[in-house]
Design a protein around this ligand. Structure first.
Ligand SMILES: Cc1cc2nc3c(=O)[nH]c(=O)nc-3n(C[C@H](O)[C@H](O)[C@H](O)COP(=O)(O)O)c2cc1C
Length: 367
């Protein structure tokens, strides 16, 4: 267990390149999270308080989960609840295995608490991930908390065949997640964001619906939005996807925009192509959450993600309209204790504001 904490907390690791530090964290967490003793110890260190909310007919212990991209290959599923998350999202998974972009492809701007990445969906592919998950289930290592799968388009598949690519991955992974997030908003696969155009989106979601109707169990399908779309484009995407039976939205993915750099390190990091996440994304993520909440009259659950690294940023996302939350970058900059400290702070906010549950605070800003 020492290793996971050390990996997150050791300032020396901030000196090695970001992706190596990340791989070490995942390896350590996989090792520890899978053992009962490791889970016990992690739980003792990072257990988060209860702040229950029911979303998609499921009870979440609190709203905060692990965002997509951290556990791309679904390797450490038991570690996420052990460090205090109430749910996790694995992936992005593509139909075919792929290496992603050449390294280096992940950069840190420490002063800004921001990451730039152009990973490009490096992952073992849907079939390999399913095999791993079958093994995990049969050895009784499936988490008790909800698990989402993030699905992207394979790089070698052109947009004309994207519908088949997404729906095949959905079919393959159906039994191995409680909900699915269709990712058409990553900036790191050429042409991917064009899938937000109405015709393309219709084809993808119709193909996914065909798979869904063949299955015995209903499961929610969500769409992940881009912070770089205009409000008008987001409205179009929302109305098309509601038309096609979408169950909720994730707001947002990373942005290709950059803040003005503070210092040389940030200037260097920001000059890399890729998606920016972390603190500078927060204000745009809030705008997209708010816009989505208003467009849907608060009737579709929104997962708020982007620069959540404190109870205030989490609270802002909730009152803007998010009933579930996720983070990635804050785990890199603050370590696992950020999870329980956010949930503790959210609990206090709920009490101070006189609400009897966090559900009452969702979208409160719009009342
Ligand atoms: C290295 C890295 C890889 C990511 N990979 C994915 C991915 O595969 N699919 C996806 O939908 N989002 C991916 N994301 C985006 C995150 O899920 C999240 O939307 C974004 O980082 C904003 O949250 P944050 O500010 O808390 O990091 C990735 C982010 C990072 C930093």
């Amino acid at each position: 267990m020492g290793l996971a904490w050390w990996t997150f907390a050791n300032p020396a690791l901030r000196m090695v390149d970001s992706e190596t530090a990340h791989s070490l964290s995942i390896r350590a967490l996989r090792g520890i999270g899978e053992s009962q003793t490791g889970q016990y110890v992690l739980n003792g260190l990072y257990k988060s308080p209860e702040l229950p909310i029911e979303v998609f007919d499921r009870l979440f212990h609190h709203p905060l989960g692990l965002a997509a991209g951290f556990d791309k290959g679904a390797e450490a599923l038991l570690a996420w609840p052990a460090i205090g998350f109430s749910w996790s999202e694995y992936g992005g998974i593509t139909r075919y295995p792929q290496d992603g972009n050449p390294k280096p492809r992940m950069f840190r701007a420490n002063k800004h608490r921001a990451l730039i990445n152009r990973m490009g969906f490096n992952n073992p592919g849907a079939s390999e991930v399913r095999d791993r998950l079958i093994a995990r289930k049969s050895s009784d290592k499936w988490p008790k908390t909800p698990v989402a799968a993030n699905i992207g388009r394979s790089k070698k598949v052109p947009n004309e065949h994207a519908a088949d690519d997404y729906s095949s991955s959905l079919d393959i992974l159906w039994d191995y997640a409680d909900m699915f997030v269709m990712n058409i908003s990553s900036p790191n696969t050429p042409g991917l964001r064009e899938l937000q155009v109405e015709d393309n989106l219709r084809q993808i979601l119709s193909a996914c619906n065909e798979i869904r109707t063949k299955k015995d169990v209903e499961k929610p399908i969500l769409l992940k939005l881009s912070p770089d779309s205009t409000e008008e484009q987001i409205s179009d995407v929302i109305s098309t996807s509601i038309d096609l039976g979408i169950n909720g939205f994730v707001a947002t993915n990373t942005t290709i925009k950059r803040p003005i750099p503070r210092g040389t390190n940030a200037r260097k990091a920001f000059s890399n192509d890729g998606g920016l996440s972390g603190r500078p994304l927060h204000s745009r993520a809030l705008e997209v959450i708010s816009h989505t909440f208003e467009e849907t009259n608060g009737k579709f659950p929104i997962v708020g993600v982007g620069g959540i690294d404190s109870s205030s940023s989490a609270w802002e996302a909730v009152i803007s309209g998010a009933s579930l939350l996720q983070l990635y970058s804050a785990l890199v900059f603050n370590g696992p204790s950020v999870v329980s400290s956010i949930v503790k702070g959210l609990r206090s906010r709920v009490k101070e504001s006189g609400f009897s549950s966090i559900a009452e605070a969702v979208g409160y800003k719009h009342i």
